[in-house]
Design a binder for this molecule. Structure first.
Ligand SMILES: O=C(O)[C@H](O)[C@@H](O)[C@H](O)[C@H](O)COP(=O)(O)O
Length: 237
């Protein structure tokens, strides 16, 4: 695990996108493609701000969602909708909407989870569990990541690659999410965390070693925690 506590949100964005650049170029050189999972929340704004600065062949990117809210794409709660509006439609980087892999719309939550799992099986090489080159994660003040919330039964899921929940404590309630079998099979996982509201749970995870959904994230390669000094307040002397 690599923990970086940086001065500012801008420094977090720079460090995050430098890591995205190096990982994407290594994956493209090795496999001719970069399979990356992205999260919602503030990570969207970090990537919208930082991706235009990186040197990579975006045409070789295949972008998946670590979790997605089950709302129409034009709903402001849609993570894909946010990426499409702020990154694709603005053409600030050369990404097309069809490089994003999303779940079927207008189906039940279980069907959306099943559909997305089938797309992972088809598109992401695995052993047999799909192995992402990189997963980009956020963390809530309660220590959740993706749509894996404290105390939820899907934290114990060991078979399904994608789970449906209808009781997310963070609205909206209906979501699908990658589960730990897939998350922890990724080559690299990166958390990007900013803000004072994350400082207490960061301490509980990294100092007190308490169990939280974000703390359960492993990777075949490395897990990086990139945070600003507000979030890392209890880590720096
Ligand atoms: O779609 C979502 O809600 C996210 O995937 C979620 O897991 C997010 O990453 C955390 O809630 C942190 O969000 P913030 O960085 O905005 O606090």
């Amino acid at each position: 695990m690599v923990i970086s506590v940086l001065d500012s949100r801008e420094d977090v964005i720079t460090a995050l996108c430098n890591l995205v650049e190096s990982t994407s170029n290594a994956s493209i050189e090795k496999n001719g493609i970069f399979n990356v999972g992205v999260s919602g929340g503030s990570l969207v704004s970090f990537l919208v701000k930082g991706l235009p600065e990186i040197k990579t062949d975006f045409s070789k990117w295949k972008i998946f969602f670590c979790d997605e809210r089950l709302v129409p794409i034009d709903n402001p709660d849609s993570t894909f909708g946010l990426y499409k509006k702020q990154l694709v439609d603005t053409e600030i980087v050369s990404l097309s909407a069809d490089q994003f892999v999303t779940a079927k719309q207008d189906v039940t939550g279980e069907e959306a989870a099943q559909d997305y799992a089938e797309k992972l099986k088809e598109l992401v090489p695995g052993n047999p569990i799909p192995q992402f080159d990189l997963l980009l994660l956020g963390m809530g003040p309660d220590g959740h990541t993706c749509s894996l919330f404290p105390g939820h039964k899907i934290l114990e899921e060991t078979n399904q690659w994608v789970a449906y929940i209808n009781d997310s404590p963070k609205p909206p309630p209906n979501r699908i999410t990658l589960t730990y079998p897939v998350i922890n099979n990724a080559n690299i996982c990166v958390f990007a965390v900013c803000g004072k509201d994350k400082a207490d749970v960061i301490k509980k995870i990294h100092v007190d070693e308490e169990d939280f959904p974000a703390a359960r994230v492993k990777a075949v390669g490395k897990v990086y925690w990139i945070m600003d000094k507000d979030a890392g307040a209890h880590l720096v002397q």
